[in-house]
Ligand binder design. Structure first.
Ligand SMILES: [Zn+2]
Ligand SMILES: [Zn+2]
Length: 691
């Protein structure tokens, strides 16, 4: 296993909770990788390897294996030679022969045992472990703290946490390295609570924690399945300890803190730690960028990346940095910036890292350029399941359901095992294209052909698929037939379908579950209010709005982005601050006047107030995507495709107006809303009004 520095850094940033995806060994590569990184050969061994001496050692060894004990002391190699020979055999992976030689060596050294344990770990040769430990005890090394750390690592690698614990308990003089090795082992074994209690024991034992102890304890906090608020408090507590011990400014403790706070939504804390760091390396910068990208603060992610590039020429972004920055571009649909980053990735030669390739594919697809994503996908020989999933969901969000199924089938033919996410992607694609029967078949195949039990997410896709197709009763039946409690995504899909097809009874049923499962999700209240408003049930609308106020929830403000000449502009609904607003509103009013003559009628059903039609029209005209569209028409070059991103679902009125405007201005307009892409051309949309 040859890990390049950048690949190693990627691994260090992966959260412990992702362990399940890291291969069959169940090991977290950050914690196990270092022992696998080939060390430069010992100069002596290199010499042996290239010299006739190796030959003589080998012939000696052959004679030994047929005659276990040298009969003539005069022919016996010196002690030093046996130790060297055992070490050399370990290096070559010949553990069996190395072990046979151990009884011949009267004074095996600590280094010889280190080699044996490392070889055993590297080869995952657990059957040799008891013999090694027996010899080690016989030779009096069982109290050696250095070898204890190696043994703990080895047992941890074998997923034998009880054996690791036994070694730890048996070591009388526990150095900080022994504590840290066991702390790391507990973390890998998902024994999170024990890890945290061990961390507290370090302090009580009189040994001083080092920066690694803090890093492991922080990772243990993240790995627990406790509510985010509890995790947050624990991280803060350890942060406090680190400050008191003077470790908070150590580069890797501070970087782990930035990473931890980022993963639990503590963006402000993350930034504070980052700003106070006396020194930062590329991993620290990457952690801060990832924190912003993960928490949807895409503008900030790009801004901090810019800061890193402009002010810190000595810091060179690596593949991890690029993955986060590309994610931010994808989040903003900032294709101009994304293309610049693609060029940079090519120049730096990091375009062969699979995670970067996946991020590039995803960036192009989310920026609305499915073809560019497909070209990168097709050009790659090595694809992992994430690469395939990206392509499948990419075809889906662009409305190409059949193509998504084709990619899925190609993946199966290539022998790639689909993951649970693969099915979410392909079922989602069926949903966007209304492929009901294909969806049913795929859902059934999950268990029958691929040994995967459908989860809430998959049922949610199926409910969405049936619901969008107007088959609400069948969707409700799917929910009734589920063998476990439906999660919020399932009820959310049903409520969304009720919004399209207007079923009050089912909507009330779905929302009563949702208000219980996700009491703080304002979107559900808004959806129900929408459904009531559409049925002109104003009293009910008011009741839901009151609920929203009582629970101190706020409707997420609509926000749209547009990239013009590689610069990003954002619009929130009725934005008074932008100097362009006046011009934008005038342009919009003019366009509306023109398209009304072509048959456009403002659709104000989305307005949740019982107001005059004129007032309602004013409200829908302030929607952010209309402002972004007018701005795009003013600023972009003739014939350029206009690309807009919206943080919520596109409303019926914006959808209808954009269709008319695409015809009137003869422009292609691409809008990405929270669910999918809408490609407007010549008065029609690629979603066929089905979204
Ligand atoms: Zn709208
Ligand atoms: Zn559409």
């Amino acid at each position: 296993m040859n890990l390049s520095t950048s690949a190693f850094i990627i691994l260090t940033l992966l959260p412990v909770s992702y362990r399940a995806t890291m291969g069959t060994s169940g090991k977290h590569p950050f914690l196990t990788a270092p022992s696998f990184i080939p060390k430069p050969l010992n100069p002596h061994l290199q010499y042996y390897n290239s010299s006739p001496y190796l030959f003589s050692l080998r012939s000696l060894f052959c004679s030994l294996s047929s005659h276990p004990a040298p009969s003539q002391p005069s022919h016996s190699p010196s002690t030093n030679n046996y130790n060297h020979l055992i070490q050399s055999l370990c290096k070559q992976g010949n553990l069996r022969q190395a072990l046979k030689l151990i009884p011949q060596e009267p004074n095996p050294t600590q280094r010889t045992y280190e080699f044996l344990i490392l070889a055993c770990t590297r080869q995952n040769a657990r059957s040799y472990a008891p013999a090694i430990v027996r010899h080690l005890i016989d030779d009096g090394f069982d109290h050696d703290p250095f070898l204890s750390t190696k043994l703990i690592d080895m047992y941890s690698n074998f997923s034998s946490i009880d054996d690791a614990r036994h070694v730890f308990d048996r070591t009388p003089e526990k150095t900080i390295f022994v504590w840290n090795a066991f702390l790391k082992a507990l973390l890998l074994a998902d024994e999170v609570e024990e890890a945290l209690s061990l961390f507290r024991d370090i302090g009580r034992s009189g040994v001083s924690s080092d920066s690694f102890s803090y890093s492991y304890a922080l990772k243990a906090c993240l790995a627990s399945c406790l509510p985010e608020s509890v995790v947050f408090n624990r991280v803060r507590e350890i942060h406090g300890h680190a400050i008191r011990a003077g470790y908070d400014s150590r580069i890797h403790v501070a970087t782990t803190l930035v990473d931890c706070y980022g993963k639990i939504g503590g963006v402000i804390c993350s930034r504070k730690v980052f700003d106070e760091m006396p020194h930062r390396n590329v991993v620290s910068w990457s952690a801060m960028i990832a924190c912003y990208a993960k928490n949807g603060r895409h503008f900030d992610a790009l801004e901090i990346f810019r800061g890193m590039m402009l002010r810190n020429p000595e810091i060179v972004p690596n593949s991890v940095t690029m993955v986060s920055v590309l994610q931010a571009c994808a989040g903003l649909a900032a294709m101009g910036q994304g293309k610049l980053l693609h060029c940079y990735v090519l120049r730096r030669g990091i375009d062969s890292t699979v995670s970067v390739v996946n991020a590039l594919i995803s960036m192009y697809i989310k920026c609305g350029n499915l073809d560019a994503g497909r070209r990168i996908f097709d050009s790659r020989m090595s694809k992992d399941v994430v690469t395939w999933n990206s392509m499948i969901s990419g075809c889906g969000v662009h409305g190409f359901g059949n193509e998504a199924i084709q990619v899925f089938e190609e993946m199966i033919r290539e022998g790639i095992t689909p993951s649970s996410i693969t099915f979410v992607s392909v079922l989602g694609a069926c949903s966007h294209a209304g492929l009901v029967e294909e969806g049913r078949r795929l859902l059934e195949s999950m268990e029958k052909e691929h040994n995967l039990i459908p989860e809430s997410e998959h049922y949610a896709c199926m409910v969405d698929l049936l619901g969008r197709a107007g088959r609400l009763d069948e969707a409700a039946k799917i929910i009734e037939g589920m063998e476990f409690e439906p999660g919020p995504t399932v009820w959310g899909s049903l409520l969304g379908a009720c919004r399209i097809h207007g079923s009050i009874e089912l909507a009330e049923k779905a929302s009563s579950h949702l208000f219980e499962l996700e009491p703080k999700n304002a979107g559900n209240y808004v959806l129900l209010a929408d459904i009531y408003a559409e049925a002109k049930m104003w009293e009910e609308v008011n009741r839901v709005r009151k609920l929203l106020e009582e629970r101190e929830l706020q409707k997420l403000p609509g926000c749209s982005w547009i990239e013009v000449k590689k610069k990003l502009y954002s619009f929130v609904s009725v934005d008074g601050l932008n100097p362009q607003t006046e011009e934008v509103h005038a342009m919009l009013a003019e366009l509306v006047k023109e398209v009304k003559g072509m048959g456009y009628m403002p659709d104000t059903r989305v307005v949740l107030y019982d107001l005059d039609p004129d007032e309602k029209e004013k409200i829908v005209m302030g929607h952010s995507e209309k402002l972004a569209l007018a701005f795009g028409l003013i600023r972009s070059g003739k014939g350029e495709v206009i690309r807009i991103t919206k943080n919520l679902r596109l409303c019926e009125d914006c959808h209808s107006l954009t269709k008319f405007i695409s015809k009137f201005t003869k422009r292609e307009i691409l809008v990405r809303d929270v669910n999918r892409f809408h490609h407007f051309r010549d008065g029609a949309c690629s979603c066929l009004d089905y979204w």
